[in-house]
Design a protein around this ligand. Structure first.
Ligand code: ZN
Length: 321
């Protein structure tokens, strides 16, 4: 039985969409590969940042919900997203983040890899982790030179009330392997392992449950090859007593959602068809794209959404070069 591959995408909650866009497409230099709306709440953008081609495994997405309270850290929630950066680029990134006034929370070595810890403008905890080079599509128009560009998702960290319960589900149902432990974090690998496949779990039996909010992670989506693979895994998930949704057509991929036994919202997302299904690959992200069933409401939807300035215009912090 083939388990999930690595991360497909991670979806988080932001506040103001322009600030979100300025940070991810501007400061971090990722490509806005899709500008769409939340399919269940079309008055809200859904912004997707990835490598130049929007490959599965490179994609960090946001729902800007400025009226939500801040995320409450706790169990049953992802507490950090790690992005892969090239070997030797931590100092470049430390300089760039300082230039744009980004709060860096520190530097660390985790599981043998150097990383920089920071928060995005709305409080989302991020780690930039140096990795051996991995395949990605460079974005020629990025403000970040190709040699330093973000390579994609590296992993995610979650807090759980019971490690045993979540471990059983990860390994027996989704095909993860327990591979390492450091400072209380237990590392699991999906698929072949490596950058993009890590899930780190910290057991906090006495902590309160976390809750969604600005600066929080909404869900972690894991790769499945195709619809057949997704259906197989969906059946296993249902068998394990967790209640998956039916497969939902997200147009750029098909999705099944469920909460793992500890409460973290997971998704199984197919690798295809991908973001170029409805836009010229050269034009990704430049205009609002709606799934076919929302097309009849385009005018009304566009009227409710704030106007976004893209590409972003960045102002370095006064006094820095
Ligand atoms: Zn998703």
């Amino acid at each position: 039985m083939e388990g999930v591959g690595g991360l497909h995408h991670v979806t988080c909650i932001a506040a103001d969409p322009q600030e979100n866009l300025d940070f991810y497409a501007g400061v971090l230099g990722m490509r806005l590969v899709k500008r769409s709306v939340n399919q269940d709440d079309p008055g809200t953008y859904h912004l997707f940042y990835a490598d130049a081609e929007g490959r599965p495994g490179t994609d960090l997405t946001f729902f800007p919900w400025p009226y939500l309270p801040p995320m409450r850290e706790g169990v049953g929630l992802a507490v950090e997203v790690a992005l892969a950066i090239p070997q030797g680029s931590v100092s470049y990134w430390a300089g760039r983040l300082a230039r744009y006034g980004v709060t860096v929370r520190g530097a660390q070595t985790r599981f043998g890899e150097r990383c920089l810890l920071l928060s995005d403008p709305h409080g989302l905890a991020l780690a930039l982790v140096e990795v051996q080079d991995r395949p990605f599509a460079p974005w020629a128009e990025s403000a970040v030179p190709v040699d330093f560009q973000v390579r994609g998702l590296h992993g995610a960290r979650i807090w759980e009330a019971s490690l045993t319960r979540t471990e059983r589900f990860l390994t027996q149902v989704l095909g993860f392997r327990r591979v390492a432990e450091e400072d209380g974090w237990v590392r699991f690998a999906a698929g072949a392992g490596g950058s993009g496949c890590w899930l780190d779990v910290y057991e906090r039996p006495l902590a309160e449950s976390g809750s969604w909010g600005v600066g929080g992670v909404h869900h972690l989506a894991w790769r499945v090859r195709d619809e057949a693979h997704q259906a197989q895994l969906r059946e296993r998930v249902a068998w394990a007593g967790v209640h998956p949704t039916p497969a939902i057509d997200r147009f750029w991929f098909k999705s099944v959602y469920f909460r793992e036994p500890g409460g973290v919202l997971f998704e199984l997302a197919t690798d295809g068809p991908g973001f170029a299904v409805d836009e010229d690959p050269g034009q990704l992200g430049t205009s609002l794209v709606l799934p076919p069933w929302l097309q009849p409401y385009r005018e009304r939807i566009e009227a409710r959404l704030p106007v976004l300035r893209y590409p972003p215009v960045l102002d370095p912090v006064a006094g820095s070069g």
